[in-house]
Design a binder for this molecule. Structure first.
Ligand code: ADP
Length: 628
């Protein structure tokens, strides 16, 4: 199947859909150059294909030429040996052409597969460099389509469109040369007919196309009526309003239109065949007539065999001409396909390594936000003048209403996005100047939507540290409060997570992902704390895993639970993309601001709801220094 999907009807007439017409690409030299740049590494194989095409086109035409010999030297000369020889030669030549055809298909497929292999890899690499913005703003289905069916389309273009254009053009040229060589006058007579023959093909095709479109519309209409009126609720409505007759008449009318169109559609094909047959026979007849007159009156060297050969060659020309005419549409579709793929390649890499990116020898982990402004789309500013300093070894809790910009702030640290203005520095160096891999190695994020790859617990842990030992893994799992659970599993570390194996709860997944971060051992930890989805026991376990990290490592946490907040050295209250307040819990509570409001509506309520509330509360207030 050609890219874009639809093969032409039995007429071979293919037309572009309205959408394709609207998106018709400009075939510029640049576009062609770019398309051919993909063929370039396979020049040798392409030359081989070209040779195959030339030889097989020639061999396919040869039997037509040999017909003349069979007639003149065999039949008319009454020479049995010559007759058998030429017949045998024709057969051998035909077989040879087919064999070369097989080789050609193989090389063609080989080239097409290799080109798509190159393209897929290149695209995958390119997509991996795309920013988070790309993945959040593009439909995942679209991305996969580019990777799969669009690139598959290229395969079809190379194996079908390109080679068809080549082989048809070569056959046509060879047939013409052969005709002119035999007799230029008769060749001209034959060729004059060719354009005449193509006219009805075009117009009948167009007419049929129009009818097909129309009947498609009526078909949609009929289906619409059926869907609406034959459903439970539809029928109920029809019955209660007594509209049976009305609906029937509507249906009958559409149905009748469809019959008319279907009949017309079949007839468009028939008329075409009548015209086509006439035209196809006019050509040979003209050659017989003019050839006969020439042979009898003017040129005694012209033989019956010659005339027959010319007729046969003419017959060989119709197919390629017709194919090439249809190719025009195929060609446009192919170019559109390449253009679509190139458009994807041309999306600039938004977050990339600076040319002079630095890798510091030692990092302590200070993070400073200075006048940071950020927006996902230019019309709506998300972060406004964010300033804060996180000193190495300390921790900051970010709190605020949902949608206020908390996750956005932390996303700027590992450069999932870049600031619009202002700066984020890591150890005094702007993150945009740091080597990207280095930076991301130093930043460990546990996000709300925990993602574990389909595989075993071990594989998921090794993702963070490929050379981790068994002991290191177990240690990390212990610290993450999940070892007890994994240990109990029959296969231990080799337990499958994800859909093929164990069904993990949100909390368990979260703790495995914490173990993964502990193994990664970054300089700064970022926790986007999981919220209400977890039950209080799971929360407590996660809490116990996170707490020691917060107390000992440089960390930022987006916190929803009071106990987590209290473990941090400083609290930033974010509202509408701005830092509304900052300070310790005590200070903030005293201020009657956003924090106090949050505390009263969210945190204290959450505490009261928990079963072990009083105990937990004691714990909370216990960690809080008496008075600051
Ligand atoms: P919080 O973490 O405080 O709940 P976020 O930082 O996730 O808030 O979101 C802040 C604002 O940015 C919200 O209005 C949200 O709709 C918007 N936002 C978040 N992510 C994207 C994105 N990828 N594209 C566009 N807008 C986004």
């Amino acid at each position: 199947m050609p890219p874009g999907g639809r093969m032409g009807g039995p007429l071979g007439g293919q037309y572009l859909t309205e959408e394709e017409k609207a998106n018709q690409p400009k075939v510029t030299p640049e576009l062609l150059k770019r398309v051919f740049s993909y063929l370039k590494p396979y020049t040798k194989q392409l030359i081989l294909v070209l040779l195959c095409i030339i030889v097989s086109s020639f061999l396919t035409l040869l039997p037509s030429i040999l017909t003349g010999k069979i007639l003149d030297e065999g039949l008319l000369n009454k020479d049995i040996r010559a007759l058998v020889f030429y017949i045998a030669l024709s057969l051998v030549v035909t077989l040879g052409a087919s064999l070369i055809g097989v080789a050609q298909t193989y090389i063609n497929t080989w080239i097409a597969q290799h080109i798509t292999f190159d393209m897929r890899n290149q695209m995958y690499k390119h997509l991996q460099n795309m920013s988070q913005r790309f993945f959040t703003s593009n439909n995942q289905g679209d991305i996969i389509t580019r990777m799969t069916s669009d690139i598959d389309g290229v395969k079809a273009v190379i194996t079908n469109t390109f080679s068809s254009i080549l082989s048809n053009s070569i056959t046509l040229i060879l047939a013409m040369i052969a005709m002119f060589q035999k007799n230029w006058i008769l060749a001209l007579v034959g060729i004059v007919i060719v354009p005449l023959f193509t006219l009805p093909t075009r117009s009948a095709g167009k007419k049929r196309w129009k009818l097909t479109n129309e009947s498609q519309q009526v078909n949609d209409e009929v289906n619409g009526i059926l869907n609406e009126t034959l459903s439970v609720s539809g029928q109920l409505l029809v019955k209660l309003f007594g509209k049976e007759k009305y609906e029937y008449e509507k249906y009958e009318k559409a149905n009748r239109r469809m019959i008319g169109l279907n009949i017309k559609e079949s007839m468009a094909g028939r008329w075409f065949i009548v015209i086509l047959t006439t035209f196809t026979s006019v050509g040979p007849m003209l050659i017989y007539l003019v050839g006969g007159i020439l042979m009898m009156k003017y040129d005694s060297s012209l033989t019956i065999g010659d005339i027959t050969v010319l007729v046969a060659l003419l017959g060989r020309m119709y197919m390629p001409v017709n194919s090439l005419l249809n190719m025009q549409v195929e060609w446009i579709r192919s170019m559109a396909l390449f253009k679509r793929i190139f458009d994807y390649f041309d999306i600039p890499v938004e977050i990339k390594n600076a040319d002079d990116a630095v890798i510091p020898e030692k990092v302590t982990g200070d993070v400073v936000f200075e006048h940071v402004e950020f927006s996902y789309d230019p019309s709506k500013k998300i972060l406004k003048d964010i300033n804060f300093t996180l000193n190495a070894g300390n921790s900051i809790a970010i709190v605020g209403p949902s949608g206020s910009g908390k996750s956005t702030i932390v996303n700027l640290i590992p450069r999932l996005y870049d600031v619009d203005s202002g700066s984020v520095t890591f150890d005094g160096i702007d993150v945009r100047k740091l080597d990207l891999k280095f930076l991301r190695d130093k930043v460990g994020v546990v996000s709300q939507e925990t993602y574990l790859f389909n595989g075993t617990v071990r594989e998921n842990l090794l993702y963070a540290k490929p050379d981790a030992t068994e002991d290191e893994m177990i240690d990390a799992l212990k610290k993450a409060n999940i070892w007890d659970f994994i240990e109990k599993q029959e296969k231990g570390l080799d337990t499958e997570v994800g859909n093929r194996g164990l069904k993990l709860s949100g909390g368990e997944k979260q703790r495995i992902s914490i173990a993964r971060i502990i193994l990664k051992d970054p300089t700064i930890f970022i926790f986007d704390e999981a919220t209400s989805a977890l039950d209080s026991i799971s929360e407590k376990k996660i809490q116990d895993a996170i707490d020691p990290i917060i107390k000992s490592k440089t960390s930022i946490l987006i916190a929803h639970r009071l106990s987590t907040i209290l473990a941090a050295d400083e609290i930033l209250v974010v509202k509408d993309g701005m830092i509304a307040e900052r300070g310790t819990h005590k200070e903030l509570l005293g201020r009657e601001g956003v924090y106090r409001e949050l505390y009263e509506t969210q945190f204290s309520k959450a505490i009261m709801e928990e079963s072990g509330a009083s105990e937990l509360e004691q714990y909370i207030w216990g960690v809080q220094p008496a008075d600051e």
